[in-house]
Design a binder for this molecule. Structure first.
Ligand SMILES: [Zn+2]
Length: 272
């Protein structure tokens, strides 16, 4: 089964020297599809160009990370709609709330997130959520669920979106899943100290899990301190299978099926 990296940042300068090799290694490792996340507007053209160069292998999302919420202007909605008209643009993200940093102010982040979430729902595109709390808090998780309810995010025939790199509580994971969101799993589940994260992931049904790298960040334990890349998705899949006590083939098949439903990718549309 082809694995899917549902969240990568290959436009990052960390890949400038060997981007094509990185994609070749991914496919050699059985990762046939990579979804490139354009987390800021300046990255959209690069993400789109990558998808154009690797049709059927790279898809992309147009996002506006909460770090940049203070830069959102009147024309953002129109520019986002234009970006979403590209045939390989399969989602809106990452968007969300990050209270780990004091800036921008939470109320600014909430307002921009609500506008972007509404735009995604109107366009019928899945939302790729970035939700990060200050240590020991769950205010961002609760505020995000409130915003999603306010904009009318509710379960439909296809997933409404994904809570990417979710590291929240068991109860909040359930609340996201109840609203039609999938949960993105990445290499922190391989970190020795991540017992709470593993315990939370183990409560989420396999029908609601997708694999991701968030590369160049978050390498698996075996590569700590190095650059992460999509070829490491199998390490995440193996760790997830061990955690769930499920056959690796079942985990691979389920997460790939979930990722295809999430991003509305055609069945078996990988250019192998
Ligand atoms: Zn990311």
């Amino acid at each position: 089964v082809t694995l899917i990296d549902t969240h990568a940042h290959l436009a990052d300068a960390a890949f400038d020297a060997d981007r094509d090799d990185v994609l070749r290694r991914a496919r050699a490792a059985g990762v046939g599809v990579v979804v490139e996340i354009g987390e800021e507007e300046a990255r959209w053209p690069k993400a789109r160009a990558l998808a154009d160069r690797f049709p059927g292998v790279v898809y992309w999302c147009a996002g506006f990370h909460p770090y940049y919420a203070g830069q959102a202007d009147e024309g953002l909605g129109a520019r986002l709609r234009a970006a979403l008209s590209h045939p390989a643009c399969v989602g809106v993200g990452e968007i969300g709330l990050d209270y780990h940093r004091p800036d921008p102010a939470p109320e600014v982040q909430r307002r921009v997130f609500a506008a972007l979430a509404r735009a995604a729902l109107e366009a019928g595109k899945p939302l790729v959520l970035h939700c990060r709390d200050a240590a020991g808090e769950e205010r961002a998780q609760r505020d995000m669920l409130d915003v999603l309810d306010a904009v009318g995010a509710s379960p439909g025939p296809a997933p409404v979106g994904v809570a990417h790199c979710f590291q929240g509580t068991i109860d909040n994971a359930r609340r996201f899943v109840e609203r039609g969101f999938l949960i993105g799993v990445d290499a922190p589940i391989t970190y020795p100290k991540a017992a709470a994260l593993r315990a939370m992931i183990a409560t989420v049904p396999l029908t609601a899990l997708v694999l991701e790298t968030d590369c160049p960040y978050l390498p698996p334990q075996s590569h700590r301190g190095k650059r992460n890349e999509p070829a490491h998705v199998p390490a995440v899949a193996a760790a997830l299978a061990a955690l769930l006590g499920a056959p690796p083939a079942d985990v691979a098949a389920a997460t790939t099926r979930n990722a295809r439903r999430l991003y509305r990718l055609p069945e078996g549309a990988t250019a192998h």
